[in-house]
Design a protein around this ligand. Structure first.
Ligand code: GLU
Length: 294
């Protein structure tokens, strides 16, 4: 049997409850997957234990469920995937794409090209991180919403970290591995992650030879232009507010309002029928402030 043509995902970090900004990514990825008759997987990005908030991942699951955003199969937890990350890190070391770096974030040179750590292929004494040797080449991203973007990581001096000094696998590496292991074909998420996409695509090319397609939705901001985030105390969504929040999220994404919002199911089914990526604005039309206050 051939694998499904579309496997999407939502990958929240349990650093706080679901807020309007994360609902946008959940809803857009869900509707895009369902509109393509695809699967929608849920992954909890819980590697960064110091930033994890107790109870947040269960709270996120409860709100998704109450909003009718039902995922396929079991939830993947990144903390259970460490063997796969270790394997990928070893592969990158063997390929010569990464090096052991002893610098702190402050010490790391603005231009790493001549950096002494760059030659290091064996673990030194003391604490170290693993960084990639940024290749001097143009990386292209053809985003379904944001259009064509390009970058050169070497010119940007972006020897980004794939394994942190505190012993935690970095987000870029874990995400690249997980997308590939799960067979993700389409990633729909916030445009604040567009720069990360270049890094993740590069890692996936080195490790697996292919990467998913991407669509980056506009990021919800406060009236002052600041991104809504758990850190900026965006309001936690309540299970009971599903109608208000889903309708507001559809408006934000430029989609029509469903006529039948009797239950989350009827609302989402109708939203799915009318779903169109082409209607999503590149930038937010309005600040998201107070969108979800009952
Ligand atoms: N877990 C990260 C977040 O919540 C990244 C998600 C992603 O790669 O889509 O911001």
């Amino acid at each position: 049997m051939s694998p499904p043509a579309y496997i999407g995902r939502f990958a929240p970090s349990p650093t706080g409850p679901l807020h309007f900004g994360s609902l946008l990514a959940a809803l857009a990825s869900y509707l895009d997957a369902r509109a393509h008759h695809g699967q929608w997987l849920l992954r909890i990005d819980d590697l960064d234990k110091p930033r994890e908030v107790a109870g947040a991942s269960d709270a996120i699951l409860r709100v998704l469920d109450a909003y009718g955003l039902h995922w396929d199969g079991p939830v993947t937890y990144q903390h259970q995937q460490q063997q796969h990350y270790d394997h990928a890190l070893q592969q990158l070391l063997d390929q010569g794409h990464v090096y052991y770096c002893t610098c702190s974030r402050q010490d790391f040179p603005a231009n790493p090209q001549q950096h002494a750590c760059r030659q290091r292929r064996q673990p030194p004494a003391g604490a170290w991180s693993l960084r990639i040797k940024a290749p001097d080449e143009t990386l292209l991203l053809d985003d379904a919403i944001q259009g064509r973007h390009s970058t050169n990581l070497a010119t940007c001096h972006d020897d980004f970290v794939v394994y942190r000094k505190d012993g935690i696998t970095a987000y870029q590496l874990a995400t690249a591995v997980d997308e590939s292991l799960a067979g993700i074909t389409h990633v729909v998420r916030g445009s604040d992650l567009l720069d990360s996409t270049f890094r993740q695509q590069l890692l996936m090319r080195w490790l697996y030879g292919h990467s998913p397609l991407y669509a980056h939705i506009p990021v919800a901001t406060h009236a002052d232009g600041q991104k809504l985030s758990k850190q900026s105390f965006a309001t936690a969504l309540e299970p009971a507010d599903w109608k208000l929040c889903l309708l507001a999220a559809l408006r934000f994404l430029g989609q029509p309002q469903p006529a039948d919002a009797g239950t989350p199911r009827t609302l989402l089914d109708e939203a799915c029928q009318h779903w169109s990526l082409a209607r999503i604005p590149r930038r937010p039309a309005l600040p998201a402030n107070d969108f979800c206050k009952p």
